[in-house]
Design a protein around this ligand. Structure first.
Ligand code: FAD
Length: 367
């Protein structure tokens, strides 16, 4: 290919979603990725209800036998535990490799040109430098992940916020885990457990310590460790950085960023994929309007709630006594946690933040 309408650099979930959405709007699309699919990545592997809906809109169909819907979320801290279900549709757990495979198949069927093991080496005024030649493109999308090079090439590296935590994940085969995503809070880290298909779960550990691995972290959570006894490990441990990053600009000229390349919310929210898919939708709408002018504004509107939820959730990491007070308040009034989850998935309006915050404040005084 010497020329295209849309050139997507990076064929992870964000790049593929953008490619599928652009193709559905009638554009010729090329995706180039340095890796070979299915591409794995350390991730919590939980797709929130909005991510599911966005995938359905892209006609990405997760096979029932390879994914597992889950209805709710449980927070546990010490001896305290609270649980709530999503107000509407369930979320779904799916192995990253399965998600990637299905997205690649959908992109292929939609007519996207996919170039694997083909790293992009730079940008030039005419287009994209790839495999020793230039491909001209009307629009260029940087979907090359958290360590994006496109960000620097396009002069979009300046940021307002940039904070990192460290994550490791491993899969286990286990039956009867239940159909709830669990977040276990400890003094040094959080442990998330996502139910996946075929009696498998994904255990991810996130902390401020780059050396804290899954086994050492599990020792802090005797309840989880006990339930995992005898479970077979079904993948190798894999690490990642969980970033909170807010860029000053996300597009310049004909280059726009999506997914983790464009910024990120802490992985505690489980919102990274949902944001990526919805960014793909608004970006390709801009392509259809032949202007990127409204991209940043719509992007900020999408990011506001997940960013606020991340800040809110990470306050639980301040100190164990504070977290236990909040957990006691949630346990005393289960509506509070239910409403927080509903806000998290966008089922309650922004004003509910204030009302719920005030109720939580009162509860904290007596907890
Ligand atoms: C520990 C952890 C847990 C998480 N849990 C969840 C969760 O439960 N739910 C959720 O929704 N989100 C979660 N996230 C966030 C989610 O994983 C990310 O938001 C998502 O992977 C972003 O996808 P992406 O396509 O932007 O980036 P990536 O998946 O990183 O894809 C980038 C692609 O670009 C390619 N690339 C890079 N450079 C080049 C180049 N020069 N040329 C060509 N190709 C290139 C790479 O090979 C890669 O395939 C989690 C993140 C972490 C770290």
């Amino acid at each position: 290919v010497n020329a295209t309408d849309v050139f997507v650099i990076g064929g992870g979930p964000a790049g593929l979603a953008t490619a599928i959405a652009a193709r559905r709007r009638g554009f010729d699309v090329v995706v180039a990725d340095g890796a070979q699919p299915p591409i794995d990545k350390s991730c919590g592997e939980g797709l929130m209800p909005e991510a599911r809906a966005a995938l359905a809109k892209l006609a990405v169909d997760l096979p029932a036998e390879e994914s597992r819907p889950f209805r709710g979320v449980r927070f546990a801290s010490g001896a305290l535990s609270v649980h709530a279900n999503f107000p509407g549709q369930p979320a779904v757990g799916v192995r990253r490799t399965v998600l990637h495979r299905v997205m690649v198949e959908t992109a292929q069927a939609a007519g996207v040109s996919l170039l694997w093991q083909t790293p992009v080496t730079g940008l030039c005024p005419e287009g994209v430098l790839v495999a020793g030649r230039t491909v001209r493109s009307r629009w260029i999308v940087g979907a090359d992940g958290g360590n994006s090079l496109v960000r620097g090439w396009a002069g979009l590296g300046a940021h307002r916020q940039n904070r990192s935590r460290f994550a490791f994940r491993r899969h286990y085969r286990i039956s009867n885990w239940g159909d709830t995503m669990e977040i276990h809070w400890g003094p040094k880290c959080q442990l998330y457990v996502t139910p996946l298909a075929q009696n498998e779960i994904c255990v991810a550990v996130v902390s401020g310590d780059p050396r804290l691995r899954v086994d050492a972290a599990l020792a802090e959570f005797p309840e989880v460790l006990k339930r995992l006894q005898g479970a077979e490990e079904s993948s190798l441990e894999r690490g990642a950085i969980s970033s909170t990053r807010k860029l000053r600009r996300i597009h310049r000229g004909n280059v726009a960023l999506v997914g983790d390349a464009s910024g990120a919310v802490d992985c505690i929210t489980g919102e990274g994929l949902s944001l990526s898919f919805r960014q793909a939708e608004i970006l390709t709408q801009c392509f259809a309007e032949a202007s990127l002018r409204s991209y940043a504004k719509k992007y900020r509107a999408l990011s506001r709630r997940p960013a606020m939820m991340a800040r809110l959730m990470l306050t639980l990491d301040w100190s164990t006594p504070f977290r236990q007070r909040v957990m006691r308040a949630f346990a005393a009034d289960p509506q509070l946690f239910r409403r927080m989850l509903a806000m998290h998935v966008g089922a309650l309006p922004p004003m509910a933040f204030a009302a719920n915050g005030i109720s939580l404040g009162f509860r904290l005084l007596s907890a």
